[in-house]
Write a protein that binds this ligand. Structure first.
Ligand SMILES: *Cc1c(COP(=O)(O)O)cnc(C)c1O
Length: 363
């Protein structure tokens, strides 16, 4: 038996078949078909937001979110290096310079207290990541952004279904990106969306994801193709009906990890955030003075067919493609990245498997 770090959630087979049967009648495969429209409506409700545009994946959604603001090339964006490389790629592919800020040791999101000293007259935006589904310090970040006239964009690829102070994370910052990739808490095979405050972005984003076309004979933006198709929307519709069950199952497994690994010398467990309705997206632990180091534990688990992952190692600022940018003063991120291990967590994992993984770590 092999246990991966994540495993896609699939709805009952018949449910999906029923949903895609309509496609054989309509012969409408992509370009804002009826399933796409229904999916959008259902997501607006679930994410408790006013404005939303679907994309074929989360990365293209994020890249186009940043592009909305037409920042001058070479402008600086303050961001975290402790993320999936997509976040940094989206900034740099827009011709902008990532300025790496440290993370805080409690929840590993960008350390808001270290942002202001990185701001200069080239700074245009803050791109935060709700990493592992934990929410950035959105209140402090909003204050800093207002004071310095910066835009705030959140990568919420991990944070589907998360609420802070009873507000869905879709409502923080100027724009928020969600990913519906197969490995995420909620999936539409591949997919993603943007939610945003300024309703005028809707038309602009709908056009840009369809080559910049508006109508049959007009093209007013140099767009690309980032449309979600009907099969993706059908999967999204089905999984959306079950996502609260998926999250509840994750919670049970997450709690089991917590009880099995608590009070162990040298293992630092994820901490609860106040006022958070969490989605239990990941179970990252930090080995700090444990009898074995992170890499040894990872290898031990692998020998038994269990794939834990070094999320996030290396930091994006350490990738070869980012060597020409400044690494930034990020001691906490450097440390966490070298000591953290993300354990398997997905709805179909059993409590028995969790116990087995904990036994292996503790033995
Ligand atoms: C998955 C992920 C993305 C990219 O989303 P895709 O839908 O796979 O393109 C971006 N940022 C983070 C933090 C992610 O985990």
């Amino acid at each position: 038996m092999k246990t991966n770090v994540t495993c896609p959630s699939l709805p009952p087979f018949d449910e999906y078949i029923k949903e895609i049967e309509t496609i054989w009648e309509s012969k409408w495969l992509t370009n804002s078909g009826p399933l796409h429209q229904r999916f959008e409506e259902e997501l607006l409700k679930y994410l408790e937001t006013e404005n939303l545009v679907l994309f074929t994946n989360g990365h293209l959604a994020l890249e186009n979110a940043i592009a909305l603001f037409n920042f001058p090339k070479g402008s600086e964006v303050i961001t975290t290096p402790f993320t999936f490389v997509s976040t940094t790629n989206a900034i740099v592919r827009n011709g902008l310079i990532p300025v790496f800020c440290d993370i805080n040791p409690n929840d590993f999101t960008i350390d808001a207290s270290k942002i202001e000293k990185l701001i200069n007259d080239k700074t245009v935006a803050i791109v935060g990541v709700h990493v592992y589904g934990k929410v950035c310090d959105v209140e402090t970040i909003a204050k800093i952004a207002e004071k310095h006239h910066l835009k705030v964009i959140y990568d919420a690829a991990h944070a589907f279904g998360v609420k802070f102070k009873n507000q869905n994370v879709s409502n923080f910052g100027d724009v928020t990106m969600f990913s519906f990739h197969a490995t995420k808490v909620f999936n539409s095979i591949e997919g993603g969306c943007l939610t945003f405050k300024d309703s005028s972005f809707k038309k602009q984003l709908e056009s840009v994801k369809n080559f910049g076309l508006c109508g049959q004979e007009e093209c007013d933006a140099i767009g690309l193709n980032a449309k979600m198709n009907e099969f993706q929307a059908a999967m999204g519709l089905c999984n959306l009906r079950h996502v609260d069950e998926y999250i509840a199952k994750r919670k049970t497994l997450y709690s089991r990890y917590l009880t099995r690994l608590e009070n162990v010398n040298g293992i630092v467990l994820p901490k609860d955030q106040e006022d958070l309705n969490y989605n239990y997206a990941y179970f990252p632990i930090v080995f700090d003075g444990f009898k074995k180091n992170r890499d040894q534990i990872k290898d031990n688990l692998k020998e038994k067919g269990i794939e834990a992952r070094k999320y996030f190692f290396p930091l994006t600022s350490d990738f070869a493609c980012y060597k020409s940018f400044e690494h930034g003063d990020t001691p906490v991120a450097d440390y966490v990245s070298k000591h953290i291990l993300t354990l398997p967590l997905y709805p179909d994992l059993s409590l028995k498997e969790v116990d087995y993984i904990c036994d292996l770590i503790l033995e």
